[in-house]
Design a binder for this molecule. Sequence first.
Ligand code: HEM
Ligand code: NAG
Ligand code: NAG
Ligand code: NAG
Ligand code: NAG
Length: 319
Amino acid sequence: MGLRVVVLVLIMNCFFAFGDCTGGLELGFYTRSCPNAEMVVKMKMNTSMMSDPTTAPAILRLAFHDCQVDGCDGSILLGNSNGLTTETISHKNFGIHKLEVINEIKSSLETMCPETVSCADIIQMAAREAVSLTGGPYMEVLTGRRDTVSTSTKRADCQLPTANISVDKFIKIFKKKNISLEDGVAVMGSHSLGISHCRNFEGRLWPLPDPKMSPPLGRKLQLICKNQTLSDVAFAQNDATIFSFDNQYFIDILSGRGLLRIDSEIARDPRTQQYVYNFGQDTQKFFDRFSSGFLKLSEYKVLVGEKGEIRRDCRFRNS
Ligand code: HEM
Ligand SMILES: *[C@@H]1O[C@H](CO)[C@@H](O)[C@H](O)[C@H]1NC(C)=O
Ligand SMILES: *[C@@H]1O[C@H](CO)[C@@H](O)[C@H](O)[C@H]1NC(C)=O
Ligand SMILES: *[C@@H]1O[C@H](CO)[C@@H](O)[C@H](O)[C@H]1NC(C)=O
Ligand SMILES: *[C@@H]1O[C@H](CO)[C@@H](O)[C@H](O)[C@H]1NC(C)=O
């Protein structure tokens, strides 16, 4: 009797310890069930980026925004159905695009291996390719996430950050995911890719440019964003090399060329400045810390095992 209890307790401990340590995700979850899954994601991302290089930044941001709202569960892809309100109509998701790339990858995978590969996994695998195909590190993204059946505009409004968040809030966002401050600053190096629309930084331009901004950049941005009726259309580059995943972002933000308020702030705050400086000096260090931080982000609050479902179409839950 006593022995049985001990054995049971041991089994339960293993079970829960496994759940805690790895989050239930594994390397190569689809090795047997869909051996070509990771390769198909890579090829589709390559093709998509050759016809439109904005795919890489779009998909990397998509991966962050999926994880930031209720965890990395594919919630951002759900469209209006079954009375659900979509995350994408939240103003915090302004500029999110290229969801169709994920839907296309899903439809290929569905033909090869029906009801096997989750949309939540496709997003994170696609983001890994976005980073790697633009010159960044190749990360060992774990798989085995399942898709949520729930989504809400309001939760996206509450959980996504605005462009002008304080460094305090920035620190909390990463701390909540057990990402160190150094890794969090590295993950922010995602702004090495892509663009921001005027609406997200025009508050720094008028009547006079933010004195923390370099004067040439201030003048340039005032010209770009001059017609304020176009602030949802006009945009500027996040750093000087927006199709290359490199450490230019850190060099730029240290010289007053941060586009968003938070970009500028992390280069000045004593808690984060040293990391910014180091990453600007050392690409390998940036890549190592980025990989560590991104992998943790991609494992945040995932659904595994019997939770959630494997959607057949990323835009709709199965029933
Ligand atoms: C935590 C603080 C963050 C804030 C406040 C923030 C805010 C923003 C804003 C306002 C934009 C411009 C969107 C637009 O105007 O179209 C943007 C773009 C972008 N963000 Fe962030 N972001 C943050 C963190 C991250 C993280 C953690 C990642 C990736 C892991 C990321 C990846 C990107 C990318 C790649 C773009 C360019 C998107 C494109 O060109 O389509 N950001 N971000
Ligand atoms: C896609 O793959 C081809 C062939 O391997 C390669 O030449 C090309 O540079 C890749 N495209 C991108 C965007 O990396
Ligand atoms: C940040 O921007 C939002 C909306 O764009 C605004 O409501 C808020 O007051 C701003 N906060 C700061 C600290 O500038
Ligand atoms: C948090 O991260 C540290 C350092 O990477 C790791 O040792 C620790 O196990 C993590 N804690 C949790 C609860 O995941
Ligand atoms: C601003 O853009 C709008 C929409 O394209 C246009 O109708 C308007 O004439 C522009 N205003 C100025 C001052 O250029």
